[in-house]
Design a protein around this ligand. Structure first.
Ligand code: FES
Ligand SMILES: [Fe+2]
Length: 335
């Protein structure tokens, strides 16, 4: 229930969203396991099975419903902590200690797995038959670009508020005044929405960004202010991409990902691709953008509840045009 008294259930197991992929972990986090992640109110267990693939399944043992995430993983097999049933590749039940003399294993003992793939250094889940692929980031295949992953964090805000924020640059001079936002003119010029490529829909824009000392590892220059040619767009349901081109030719591409845990909590992560000379260590390049993310988190966690999705409830101006269009398309997906 939000403070304005309206309870808007968007993410509680919404069938309109179950066919899409959402990032829930960094691949590097899923070493053995088990790990617990929640997507659209469905709690899942994740582990790395003997084949090396990540397996995900509802966090419920088929025997007596113990949370499998409370179990343990050995040699890729997940063992339930209650009676020791074990599960291997593809969630197949491979051992029932109390019935070893009476195998075969009953078919219903195998886990009904959730679709899981690894891409761009992340583990993505899709609760139903996928209706769309993960957006393609072509820079991932280019030798002169490197990919930098960042931690998957849990934010106390709705994924709709996150997505609205990622599509908005009128907050830069306010929320990001402590990092890059101070040099930006708060007046937002007229925005024209367009198809940015065959996937992302959004807008192109130009901004000046402050370039304090702790930004130099990221921008590669020491000027007080740097000019950015940018584009920001979305792919439904909630994938946002921002591209930054500096005057030096440095490109910095951000994939901004909001994953709904439930209506009011979400995972956030972002992935960056850059055509720098790879000389600055990853942690130094990422530190400035992570500080920017922390500013967004602080702001969004001050807001209560979900973002109203109808035309009423919040007031928009032309600077909010991309978000208004995203909300219109997103609302049509919901059931
Ligand atoms: S509840 Fe998992 S083995 Fe019994
Ligand atoms: Fe922001």
């Amino acid at each position: 229930m939000s403070a304005n008294g309206t309870h808007t259930q968007i993410f509680g197991d919404n069938a309109g969203l179950r066919g899409y992929w959402f990032a829930v972990a960094e691949s590097s986090e899923i070493v053995d396991g088990p790990y617990r992640r929640t997507l659209l109110s469905q709690t899942c267990v994740l582990w790395r099975s003997p084949s090396g693939d990540v397996v995900a399944a509802p966090d419920r043992c088929p025997h007596r419903e113990a949370p499998l995430s409370a179990g343990s993983v050995s040699a890729g097999c997940l063992t339930c902590c209650y009676h020791g049933w074990s599960f291997g590749d593809g969630g197949r039940c491979v051992r029932i200690p109390s019935a070893e003399e009476t195998l075969p294993i009953p078919p219903a003992a195998h886990l009904g797995v959730v679709n899981a793939v690894e891409r761009y250094g992340l583990v993505w889940l899709c609760l139903d038959e996928p209706v769309a692929d993960i957006p393609t980031m072509p820079w991932d295949d280019l030798d002169d670009y490197r990919r930098i992953n960042n931690p998957v964090e849990e934010w106390a805000t709705s994924a709709t508020r996150m997505t609205d924020n990622f599509l908005d640059f009128s907050h830069f001079p306010w929320v990001h005044v402590g990092t890059f936002g101070g040099a930006q003119n708060p007046l937002i010029p007229k925005l024209d929405l367009e198809q940015l490529d065959d996937q992302f829909y959004g807008y192109k824009y130009e901004v000046d960004a402050s370039n304090p000392d702790d930004a130099i590892a990221t921008t590669g220059v020491t000027d007080d202010v740097v000019h950015r040619h940018m584009s920001t767009g979305f792919v439904l349901p909630m994938t946002v991409r921002s591209t930054i081109l500096y005057e030096t030719g440095l490109e910095h591409i951000l994939l901004l990902l909001a994953t709904p845990i439930d209506d009011e909590t979400s995972y956030f992560t972002f992935v960056m691709w850059r055509n720098d000379d790879f000389s600055v260590p990853v942690e130094e390049v990422a530190a400035f953008d992570r500080a920017i993310g922390a500013e967004d988190k602080l702001m969004l966690e001050r807001l209560d509840g979900v973002l109203p999705m109808g035309r009423t409830g919040v007031v928009s101006v032309q600077a909010d045009k991309a978000s208004v269009e995203w909300r219109r398309q997103f609302a049509a997906l919901l059931t």
